[in-house]
Design a binder for this molecule. Structure first.
Ligand code: GLC
Length: 529
């Protein structure tokens, strides 16, 4: 890195799913005033920025990722004034605010789409992607929707199909159209002018599709029972070469405002992900989201290969980032179990790169089983087993009936264990997950080598993963036992003292020779010399 680290390189991002964080007006759905009322907690936790999933007017077919007005706030969440108050309250607590920008598609209830579908001659027809049926009347091609079925829906009035990467209620914008570009770039300016610190940009890989509408090729590894979306390879619908041009348009707008952050949601193999950093510092996306740790089996050799491979693939100007959970993925404590989730917290907060914490993971919140009648996510309704509601349940603030989230029955069920797994129960308990997160965040903040030091690989051994973070003479060794059985790890002559351990048991102990770790134990060691 050739320049001084900027705030988001040193910092930690905390993702808030606004429907589920705090309900201030007793309607069962979280809102902006609720978030504002909880900012003291967020600041106390010790993160640097919040990213709030979409808050715009929306028919909520995809819970806000179907925007019907890009420049306002959904009444469920409050008003623009509420957002201004939130930004102001964040500022005094030194918290940055990132909004979610959803440029790939609008809601079908957006006035632009109403105009577009009204006739082939409408000036906004070309704001969306329309195609004729094939001569035999069938679908334009074999493109699939991520949320199930064809990506094309027939509009009977005009006899053409429109394209939607997600739901039919989320028609894709046509980013080849200069008027779409201009309008959407001005939307970014609208929010930047209100003082937001940047954006998490949704579904970046979907932005451009093949102009010749070529069929996607079959995926020969697909087996019956796999997600139907994966039956063809989305080579003509995602990660198209033109996408970078759009990304650079966003970048240039962000550059009109100093210090803003551009996070891009990109589910791509590592080598393709790296292209989105662009050619030099600040050329394209600051943080193309790295979801690989979510998909990788939780095994030391696999994670080591992933981390080493990711570090090696990063262009020299690029800054890494790591994600363990979000509103689309099963919670980490459900994936690896609560005891191991403590080790996962150590990993997330000691790796080189900006971490994103998903709200509630700091408590060890788990996926909440949702009775079929209460499944709200359209993905889960269309493709059984894919529902994302379990990881979107209300934040657990205290042991009261609705976990302090709301005074009324929330939109999704509260976890059965919220009586004991909640902020109030954990905040003063030294051994709690929340205390572990808080101590890790403090250690990271106070330790330059953890914030910006180099990553130095150490050998993995069995299910023990180890790596070093190094800055000038400061050297920290992180050793993580990814298994529930005890393990030992040869320190190969290195000596030091344990600064923090997942269980708390080893803190302050000098170590050298063979390090013995209990099951689900992990340590941060300050190395000597
Ligand atoms: C992104 C969001 C997801 C949403 C989809 C469509 O993947 O993270 O929640 O459903 O885009 O906007």
């Amino acid at each position: 890195m050739t320049r001084e680290p900027v705030w988001w390189q040193r910092g930690v991002i905390y993702q808030i799913y606004p429907r589920s964080f705090a309900d201030s007006n007793a309607d069962g759905v979280g809102d902006l005033a609720g978030i504002t009322s909880r900012l003291d907690y967020v600041a106390w936790l010790g993160v640097d920025a919040i990213w709030i999933s979409p808050i715009y007017p929306s028919p909520m077919k995809d819970f806000g990722y179907d925007v019907s007005n890009y420049r306002d706030v959904h009444p469920l969440f409050g008003t623009l004034d509420d957002l201004d108050r939130l930004i102001g309250a964040a500022l005094v607590r030194r918290l940055r605010v990132l909004l979610d920008f959803v440029p790939n598609h609008t809601s079908d209830q957006h006035p632009w789409f109403a105009e577009s579908r009204s006739s082939k001659a409408n000036p906004r027809r070309d704001w969306y992607i329309w195609a004729d049926p094939r001569p035999d009347g069938s679908l334009p091609n074999n493109w699939r929707s991520v949320f199930g079925g064809s990506a094309w829906t027939l509009d009977p009035a005009t006899g053409q199909y429109f394209y939607h990467a997600y739901l039919p209620e989320q028609p894709d914008l046509n980013w080849r159209n200069p008027a779409v570009r201009e309008e959407m770039l001005n939307t970014l300016r609208f929010w930047l002018d209100r003082g937001v610190d940047g954006f998490r940009v949704d579904a970046v890989r979907q932005l451009c599709k093949d102009d010749l509408l070529r069929d996607n090729p079959p995926n020969l590894n697909w087996r019956a029972g796999d997600n139907p979306y994966d039956e063809v390879l989305p080579v003509y619908t995602t990660d198209r070469p033109e996408t970078m041009e759009i990304v650079r348009l966003f970048r240039r707008v962000l550059d009109e405002y100093p210090g803003r952050l551009f996070v891009g949601e990109l589910t791509l193999p590592i080598e393709r992900l790296m292209r989105y950093y662009g050619a030099s510092v600040g050329d394209a996306i600051d943080l193309p989201s790295n979801f690989h740790m979510i998909y990788a089996p939780w095994e030391a050799p696999v994670l080591k290969a992933l981390i080493d491979g990711y570090e090696a693939a990063l262009p020299s100007h690029a800054w890494p980032n790591w994600v363990l959970g979000n509103h689309d993925q099963h919670r980490i404590a459900s994936r690896v179990g609560r005891p191991q989730a403590r080790v996962a917290a150590l990993l997330l907060l000691t790796l080189r790169g900006t971490p994103t914490i998903y709200y509630g993971d700091e408590l060890g919140m788990v996926d909440v089983p949702i009775p079929p009648a209460r499944i709200r996510d359209p993905f889960g309704r269309n493709v059984p087993g894919q529902e994302r509601d379990p990881e979107r349940t209300p934040m657990q603030w205290d042991g009261s009936r609705f976990a302090g989230f709301s005074d009324v029955e929330p939109w999704l069920p509260v976890a059965a264990d919220a009586g004991s797994v909640n902020v109030r129960a954990q905040r003063d308990a030294p051994a709690s997950m929340l205390s572990l997160y808080r101590r890790l965040l403090r250690l990271r903040r106070e330790t330059p080598a953890l914030q910006t030091g180099a990553y130095v690989a150490w050998p993995a051994s069995g299910q023990v993963l180890a790596f070093e973070r190094r800055l000038d003479s400061q050297r920290l060794l992180i050793v993580l036992n990814l298994d529930a059985s005890p393990a030992s790890y040869a320190l190969n002559g290195a000596r030091g003292v344990v600064l923090l351990s997942a269980s708390g048991a080893l803190e302050g102990q000098p170590v050298g020779g063979n390090l013995s770790l209990g099951g689900d134990e992990g340590v941060v060691i300050q190395l000597e010399g």
